[in-house]
Design a protein around this ligand. Structure first.
Ligand SMILES: O=C([C@H](O)CO)[C@H](O)[C@H](O)COP(=O)(O)O
Length: 211
């Protein structure tokens, strides 16, 4: 099980400082959608250059023109690029095709997917690398989480790795670990803590011990 740090509400210098603090405790650093909106793919490039040993995920949440966008994110240094599960199969196929050409990976974000069980099976058959259940900020604000959704994809996904994102904190991490996803994505659960290094270290410890 891997740990991904999601960076959403920072600029590039703050992102570098944050990653420096926690780099020994994480496997993947996510350049979050708001960072890409504010800073562009330059943020992906600068973080990959500064931390070549970490995998970098570009959270583009692609909805169309995936081949082109995966190509641009790959050129910037992304190892993994996100595409939305609600997009057309053609879009997801285009993303996978380009990722294969570039030697990169695709994570499909299932945010806002209505029939999760059916769509997860369809997307799994398209050859993506990760399928991720995700409760975004707007639903987190009304108390939702993706723990049941994780159990659903764990049951039906056969090829892809499984991932979970959205509001995961140290207190809820043991419940997530019990469901055994391949990837746990944490933003505010680390970046919102006073001692970010301690939070990341504790999360890595729980993940390594399996609870
Ligand atoms: O993808 C995300 C969100 O849509 C904003 O871009 C976050 O990176 C993801 O939710 C993880 O962050 P936390 O919810 O703060 O753990």
């Amino acid at each position: 099980m891997e740990l991904q740090l999601a960076l959403d509400l920072v600029d590039i210098p703050q992102a570098k400082q944050l990653v420096k603090e926690v780099e020994s405790y994480i496997d993947i650093v996510e350049i979050g959608t708001p960072v890409v909106i504010n800073e562009g793919l330059r943020a992906v490039k600068e973080i990959k250059e500064a931390f070549p040993n970490l995998k970098v995920l570009a959270d583009l949440k692609i909805m169309d023109a995936a081949g082109y966008e995966v190509m641009k994110a790959s050129e910037a240094g992304a190892d993994i690029v996100t595409v939305l599960g609600v997009s057309e199969d053609m879009t997801i196929k285009g993303a996978v095709e380009e990722a294969r050409k570039q030697g990169k990976q695709i994570l499909v974000d299932m945010i806002s997917v209505k029939n999760l069980e059916k769509r997860a099976q369809e997307i799994d058959a398209l050859g993506v690398d990760y399928i991720c259940v995700h409760t975004g900020y707007d639903l987190q604000a009304v108390g939702k989480n993706s723990f049941d959704d994780l159990l659903t994809i764990k049951r039906v996904v056969k090829q892809a790795k499984t991932a979970i994102a959205g509001g995961i904190k140290l207190s809820s991490l043991p419940e997530v670990i019990k469901a055994n996803p391949d990837l746990v994505i944490v933003g505010g659960g680390i970046t919102g803590q006073e001692n970010k290094q301690a939070a990341a270290a504790e999360m890595q410890k729980l993940i390594k011990q399996g609870a």
